[in-house]
Ligand binder design. Structure first.
Ligand code: NOJ
Length: 486
């Protein structure tokens, strides 16, 4: 089990480095040596988990079946003007009914792992109270089918679909939601951990906290002031910590616990010493309210000072819970943030995007393969994390089905090839990334962007639900078959 409060200094001490050396970012000191010729030719370590990822509201549909209660995304997506084209997840990929066919697709690709999320309101229709057995039935059947296909289940407990009944009581503004999340996580882990051995508490803290409660572009669509928003962020990391403890207490032996976060993907603008140091510092500070407090069990001084009177209210006991030891860290990595050294008090600054900077179809998704090197690298060197997964990586593209019925998404293949090359660079330096989950298996409901932004390696015709593997699926299948790039 990894000690979440493994400081950089103690990590450096462990490596036998001097106190002054300990103040340098560890990557500047040279990391673990390359793991040998077995990684030559773009190969990944044996047993590397090649997977793909989805999330309940984005694929399942069947929103009113088998006793499922409404979630904040049902409410939000049905509000006029909130999503592209008024799209909702009512049907999505109809995965709830088609999961067997989709598992056959996964098997055909050679997937070793499948990351999915549990819809909280299928299990507890109003967030708490008595569990709904029919909610479990679906996940039981799905997990059994995955295992029968030789695919390991990786289970996320919260991918943004909070039961509406809890939002009605304040949602993540209310500390009771963090407690309810812990209880739900414990019940699910108790039920599923005889077969599912990897659990992730929350998915992308900044997405549901910042976009949902501060920017209002995602459910529940609130625009809270700075102080209330900081309190929501605190309740979210507290919920994570309570869930870690509840899973630990209830799961069968051998269960591994982590989260799937999307820390700001800070990359040095040029790989020279001064920018490397600035990037390492920036990674820790820019992620202070989520991954850093989880890894260190405390907020950074800079974060609290910056908020002044708006800083969240918390107790030492809560910080301890938030920093509960994890077995692995999952990282969702998409676009980079370029950082350079500066003489400002922070010692770094973010670099503005030039107008011509390339991005994928989603305009927020700037292309930066180096992010798939730097995010695990920082996480390893700052906190000594020993087991990591890339729990999401992928891109949107303007896919079209050609007159031969094919989708030749060469841009997505280009994106994946370059990102995986950088992941291989990290793994070759001894950064302990154990698996990679491509987002996404299927085109699906891309939240406020509705069905307009396709992230799948399998094309979905949303009128007929026909699935067509794209060129990128063929690419990924070849990567899996040879356990790496050519
Ligand atoms: C991250 C989120 O976890 C997922 O739900 C979303 O669809 C992808 N990013 C693409 O935006």
């Amino acid at each position: 089990m990894m000690n979440a409060r493994f400081s950089r200094r103690s990590f450096a001490r462990l490596l036998g480095l001097s106190a002054s050396a300990a103040s340098l970012p560890l990557h500047a000191l040279g990391s673990a040596p390359p793991t040998g010729s077995d990684l030559a030719g773009g190969r990944f370590p044996e047993g590397f988990v090649w997977g793909s990822a989805t999330a309940s509201y984005q694929v399942e549909g069947a929103v009113r079946e088998d006793g499922r209660g409404p979630s904040i995304w049902d409410t939000f997506s049905h509000m006029p003007g909130k999503t592209h084209n008024g799209d909702t997840g009512d049907i999505a990929d109809d995965f709830y009914h088609r999961y067997l066919d989709d598992i056959a697709l996964m098997k055909e690709l050679g997937l070793k792992g499948f990351r999915f999320s549990i819809s909280w309101s299928r299990i507890f229709p109003t967030g708490t109270g008595a569990a709904n057995p029919k909610g479990f039935d679906f996940y039981d059947r799905m997990i059994d089918a995955l295992l029968a296909a030789g695919i390991q289940p990786y289970c996320t407990l919260y991918h943004w679909d909070l039961p509406q009944a809890l939002e009605d009581k304040g949602g993540w503004q209310n500390k009771d939601t963090a407690k309810a999340f812990g209880e739900y996580a414990g019940v699910v882990a108790k039920h599923l951990s005889d077969r599912a051995k990897q659990f992730m508490t929350v998915n992308e803290l900044s997405s549901f906290v910042d976009i949902g409660y501060r920017e209002g572009r995602h459910a529940p669509g609130l625009r809270l002031d700075r102080g209330r928003h900081a309190q929501v962020a605190h309740h979210a990391v507290l919920g994570h910590g309570l869930a870690v403890q509840a899973i630990r207490a209830n799961a069968k032996p051998g269960t591994k616990i982590g989260l799937a976060d999307n820390p700001a993907a800070i990359c040095p603008v040029i790989e020279t010493r001064e920018h490397l140091e600035a990037a390492s510092r920036a990674f820790r500070e820019e992620n202070a309210k989520f991954l850093t407090v989880i890894m260190e069990g405390k907020y950074t001084e800079q974060y609290l000072r910056g908020l002044g009177a708006d800083a969240p209210k918390f107790t030492d006991e809560e910080l301890k819970t938030i920093g509960s030891p994890l077995d692995f860290v999952g990282l969702n990595v998409y676009g980079p943030h370029w950082v350079r050294a500066s003489s400002s008090p922070k010692g770094y600054e973010m670099v503005e995007w030039p107008a011509s900077y390339p991005h994928m179809l989603s305009d927020w998704l700037h292309v930066g393969p180096e992010s798939l090197y730097w995010v695990p690298k920082h996480t390893h060197t700052l906190w000594g994390v020993k087991e990591m997964y890339i729990t999401e990586n992928g891109c949107s593209a303007s896919d079209v089905v050609n007159n031969q019925g094919q989708v030749l998404d060469t841009d997505r293949v280009m994106y994946l090839r370059n990102y995986l090359t950088q992941l291989h660079r990290a793994v070759s330096e001894g950064v302990p990334v154990k698996g990679y989950f491509l987002w996404s298996l299927l085109d699906n409901y891309e939240w406020a962007d509705g069905y307009d932004r396709r992230f799948g390696i399998t094309h979905v015709d949303f009128r007929t639900q026909k699935r067509t593997p794209k060129l990128s699926a063929e690419f990924y299948k070849a990567v899996i078959a040879r356990n790496g790039l050519a």
